[in-house]
Ligand binder design. Structure first.
Ligand code: ADP
Ligand code: MG
Length: 265
């Protein structure tokens, strides 16, 4: 589905991504993790076609990204950032309908009943009916990010790219957001690539992780395969205990206090 071959990216003399090779299969849920400045957002910008690599190529379903027009690419791939929508005065339902732009005609309209049913379904699923006519700028951060997700859903992409989508949300809204993405993924066979700020949330929801450190891939695989305290220490420079989640065994990270000293090892 997504194939990244020998990508290098630099800004001026700063080399940000170095020889990135990576494949994403249809229907997978990938998390990208790594410290600040490791190149995660840059990789998302390259995948979404916003930035161009200095070397190497990226293809979607066997075609180079550069060959897709803007509307064609929008039907294939949607992007949601940390703060998905600015606090503007547009009402919720209208903002979600804006997600349909790749399907609209030159008058900016789409009259089909199917499109209206799609909107109704999204409003229900995201529990936005009570907010339908409220302007975005009066919503809470959690509500606004849910609207941003709705707009992306209206786009009906095959791939969704998320860049730290839950960073500004409290823990209830973080889990709610990840649950919504996970159920959309299951129902639509969607491919998800999400930069994840919270490693525990990443290990719970992503079935594959890509670890970036100083612009290079240093590990990739399932959370259980790759998350261990040596990797976490070498990449994030923190000491941790990794424990299995009591429900389903996913690796979860407990930070060690510097003052607790080293035990055993
Ligand atoms: P991450 O998302 O992992 O925190 P980024 O991909 O945003 O990292 O940034 C990686 C490096 O590239 C950082 O050193 C950042 O300052 C630099 N960088 C990112 N975007 C630009 C840009 N448009 N111009 C110059 N430098 C940039
Ligand atoms: Mg970033």
């Amino acid at each position: 589905m997504i194939e990244v071959r020998h990508i290098d990216k630099s800004y001026g003399s700063l080399s940000v991504l170095k020889d990135i090779n990576w494949r994403v299969q249809r229907g997978q849920f990938w998390g990208i993790i790594g410290p600040n400045g490791s190149g995660k957002s840059t990789l998302i910008s390259l995948l979404s076609g916003v930035e161009k690599p200095n070397r190497g190529e990226i293809s979607l379903d066997g075609r180079l990204i550069a060959e897709y027009g803007r509307k064609k690419l929008s039907r294939k791939l949607a992007v949601l950032q940390q703060d998905g929508l600015p606090p503007v005065a547009y009402p919720v339902r209208e903002v979600i309908e804006m997600g349909r732009f790749p399907f609209q005609n030159w008058r900016g309209r789409e009259d089909s009943e199917a499109a209206q049913r799609l909107m109704d379904g999204i409003m229900d699923k995201l529990e936005l009916n009570d907010l339908a006519h409220r302007p975005l700028h009066v919503l809470s951060g959690g509500q606004r990010q849910r609207v941003a997700l709705g707009k992306v859903m209206a786009q009906q992409p095959e791939i969704v790219l998320l860049d730290e989508p839950t960073t500004y949300l409290d823990i209830r809204h973080q889990t709610q957001f990840m649950e919504l993405v996970a159920s959309w993924q299951r129902e639509a066979g969607l491919t998800v690539v999400s930069v994840m700020h919270d490693l525990n949330l990443a290990a719970l929801y992503c079935d594959h992780l890509l670890v970036l450190h100083q612009g290079r891939i240093v590990a990739e695989g399932s959370p259980a395969e790759i998350i261990n305290s040596e990797l976490i220490e070498s990449v994030f420079q923190v000491q941790s205990h990794i424990v299995a989640h009591p429900d389903h065994g996913e690796p979860q990270l407990l930070l060690r206090k510097e003052t607790s000293g080293k035990h055993g090892a």
